[in-house]
Design a protein around this ligand. Structure first.
Ligand SMILES: C[S@@+](CC[C@H](N)C(=O)[O-])C[C@H]1O[C@@H](n2cnc3c(N)ncnc32)[C@H](O)[C@@H]1O
Length: 433
């Protein structure tokens, strides 16, 4: 592999490229590391590489001509060569990208500075745009160094033992298991017996289990891509029982006060299908309680009859899982009754989140809300779903957060509340396995 790095600070790379495994890999001829000063490709006596952007605005931009000349100079005739631009708006660099890049024979990396590079560099030369994370660096040199280090690990021979990158984190979509070296005991902490047993089959099994456990606890999002056998999936199921996620969430379906299609406040009627489906979603996603807010006495009688049938009546023995779901449902007169009850259970007022098909200012996104709920602060949350034409203004305005509407890549915007509830619960509480 040949890396050609275009930069205005070639001296940046002197230290990282002259130590440890990268140094040895160069000595063995497994990789070749070249840096080029973009200023050497300028045609003015001041060696200027930047200029002001058209259209105004702050900062300077790297000019197209010097970078273009540098690329033309270092581009060899290698069929397997690739031009990479380091940029915060590029594709996020991952272990998978590093593995893929290791197949190339030549990688040219452009390090931007200032406000970045003239757009025409991307249009004419760049094959791949890479970001090493959602933050902005002063220049692309650190990013280039990250790319070189992580890609080189996958070049055969670089790590000495070719198997070792396969045991590291991210292989098979899992984090690495815990590791120990001498002494066997340190400050009362002992190395697990299995690692001293010499039984390699048991050691492999233990490591796989610990990898899954660690990923489940620290990076459950990764389980989505992990390739697991059925017995490993069974282990995740066990972990759900022994090590459940620690959030406290309640939901409520509001029948009053909501709007009708004339935007008048009304009391909507109970819909059996909504209650069954939302209750089943609620149990699946670990919701503490599903409240129905319904002040109308006639409607309450109807709801109570249905709930009784499924919780203590014939339905309870006829369909146990349905009964389990409907046990989660509680009927209350007002939203205030619901929040008071949660406060009594949890010892603090719940933070309320309203949902709506319409957009308003200052809405919270699903990712941010999920982070808040899973932040470990253990605050109780109450998510409100409206019926009719949506929740009344007074409820919307008194909430702590308004969640962004559920949307796909169309502008059709007429989901049933049971569908919206299922989608929202999945986006907020899904375990990716
Ligand atoms: C100050 S940044 C330019 C930021 C640019 N104006 C923007 O808002 O996207 C200067 C250079 O640093 C490098 N850089 C900054 N952040 C990076 C990141 N997260 N990943 C990769 N390269 C980055 C790029 O080469 C970029 O051209």
């Amino acid at each position: 592999m040949r890396y050609d790095i275009l930069t205005i600070f070639p001296e940046f790379f002197e230290s990282p490229f002259s130590i440890g495994i990268l140094k040895k890999a160069q000595e063995k001829g497994l990789i070749e590391l070249n840096t080029y000063d973009i200023r050497d490709y300028t045609d003015n006596k001041h060696r200027t590489v930047d200029d002001t952007p058209y259209g105004g605005g702050g900062g300077m931009l790297m000019k197209v001509a010097p970078i273009s000349a540098a690329i033309e100079d270092v581009k060899s005739k290698n069929a397997k060569s690739l031009v990479i631009l380091t940029t915060p708006d590029g594709e996020k660099f991952t272990d998978k990208t590093a593995r893929e890049l290791a197949y190339y024979e030549q990688i040219i990396i452009i390090c931007g500075r200032y406000e970045g590079v003239d757009e025409r560099i991307r249009e004419i030369y760049v094959d791949k745009e890479i970001s090493i994370g959602d933050y902005v660096l002063l220049g692309g040199e650190n990013a280039a160094s990250v790319i070189v280090e992580s890609v080189s690990r996958f070049i055969p021979g670089v790590l000495g033992n070719e198997l070792s990158p396969e045991n590291d984190s991210f292989n098979e979509g899992l984090l690495e298991y815990p590791q120990y070296t001498r002494p066997e005991e340190f400050e009362g902490k002992k190395v697990p017996d299995v690692l001293l047993s010499g039984n390699h089959k048991e050691i492999d099994e233990w490591r796989k289990k610990e990898s899954i456990k660690r990923t489940f606890r620290k990076r459950p999002d990764m389980l989505d891509k992990a390739i697991l056998k059925t017995e490993e999936i069974d282990l995740v199921k066990e972990l759900k029982e022994t090590d459940p996620a620690s959030f406290k969430a309640y939901i409520a379906l509001i029948h009053y006060p909501v709007y009708n299609n004339q935007l008048k406040i009304i009391n909507t009627a109970f819909t059996n299908l909504d209650v069954h489906d939302i209750a089943r979603s609620a149990v699946s996603y670990g919701i503490e309680k599903f409240y129905l807010v319904q002040p109308n006495l006639e409607q309450q009688k109807l709801v109570n009859r249905v709930l009784k049938h499924w919780t203590t009546g014939e339905g309870a023995s006829f369909n146990k899982s349905r009964s389990e779901a409907l046990h989660l449902v509680a009927l209350r007169d007002t939203l205030q009754d619901v929040t008071q009850e949660i406060e009594e259970i949890e010892g603090e007022k719940p933070l309320t989140i309203v949902t709506d098909a319409r957009s308003t200012d200052n809405m919270i996104g699903f990712g941010d809300l999920r982070e808040l709920i899973f932040s470990g602060e253990q605050k109780p949350y109450l998510i409100l779903f409206g019926t009719g034409w949506g929740l009344a203004k007074e409820i919307m305005e008194s909430a702590d957060y308004t969640l962004k509407p559920v949307s796909g890549y169309t502008n059709y915007n007429h989901l049933s509340v049971r569908s919206a509830a299922a989608i929202i619960l999945d986006r907020l509480f899904s375990c990716k396995i």
